[in-house]
Design a protein around this ligand. Structure first.
Ligand code: G4P
Ligand code: NA
Ligand code: NA
Length: 194
């Protein structure tokens, strides 16, 4: 996706050989026009999948997920990372292990918003080790819904999440795939359907 790749090239900051900072348009400040296009691209790629619901995880997945929901005309649910005061009953939960933080956390969604009738598109901002996406997929399965696929804004192709999810049979659509962040340079996977 050209607009996204140009934005990453012009505003992305390489923090280390494994971490890309994109605070100016995705993780802190949000670029609505870009998110609108991101949502449109997800909608195009999953237009024939019969999506009835979008599932993401707070907080940075919400903006691209809402825009995809707008274009697919489907409601958006975000999994919560912390216990909510009002979200207490009938929760579907999953454990997510973070390699960065070296800890496992629980994520949850109310049963009310996912059913056997739903066909779900999972969306997230980054794909690194794939643990967040796996946790979301686990929640979808526990709720009895179907999974149409996983839409990712930025995949780090040099980490193992993409391979892990694809090997499990999930359809993964990443709008930008980064091959390497070595030597402070951002290089993209040009063979990917960007
Ligand atoms: P990990 O084990 O590979 O680190 O994956 P994990 O899912 O635990 O990632 C931890 C957080 O870091 C997630 O955000 C994820 O989106 C984000 N992340 C992973 N790699 C990168 C990267 O290269 N750049 C940026 N900017 N973020 C990355 P989170 O803690 O859930 O925060 P939120 O922003 O969604 O609130
Ligand atoms: Na994030
Ligand atoms: Na995220």
């Amino acid at each position: 996706m050209d607009m996204l790749i140009e934005k990453i090239k012009s505003e992305g900051i390489v923090l280390s050989p494994t971490v890309l900072k994109v605070d100016s348009f995705l993780n802190h400040q949000i670029d609505p026009q870009l998110m609108h296009e991101v949502g449109k691209e997800f909608a195009d790629r999953f237009s024939r999948s019969g999506i009835t619901k979008i599932l993401t995880i707070e907080s940075s997945g919400i903006a691209p997920a809402v825009m995809a929901g707008l274009h697919l005309n489907a409601p958006v649910v975000f999994a919560r990372k912390r216990k909510s005061l009002t979200l207490v009953n009938d929760l579907v939960t999953a454990s997510v292990y973070s390699f960065t933080k070296e800890e496992t956390s629980e994520i949850s969604v109310s049963k009310k918003y996912l059913s056997e009738k739903d066909n779900v598109l999972i969306i997230d901002d980054f794909l690194a080790n794939g643990q967040a996406a796996l946790g979301l997929a686990d929640i979808v399965k526990k709720a009895g819904s179907g999974i149409a696929g996983i839409g990712i804004v930025i995949e780090k192709g040099f980490q193992n999440g993409g391979q892990l999810l694809r090997e499990k049979g999930f359809r993964v659509e990443s709008l930008a795939i980064i091959d390497s962040l070595e030597n402070g340079m951002i290089s993209f996977d040009n063979t990917a359907k960007n």
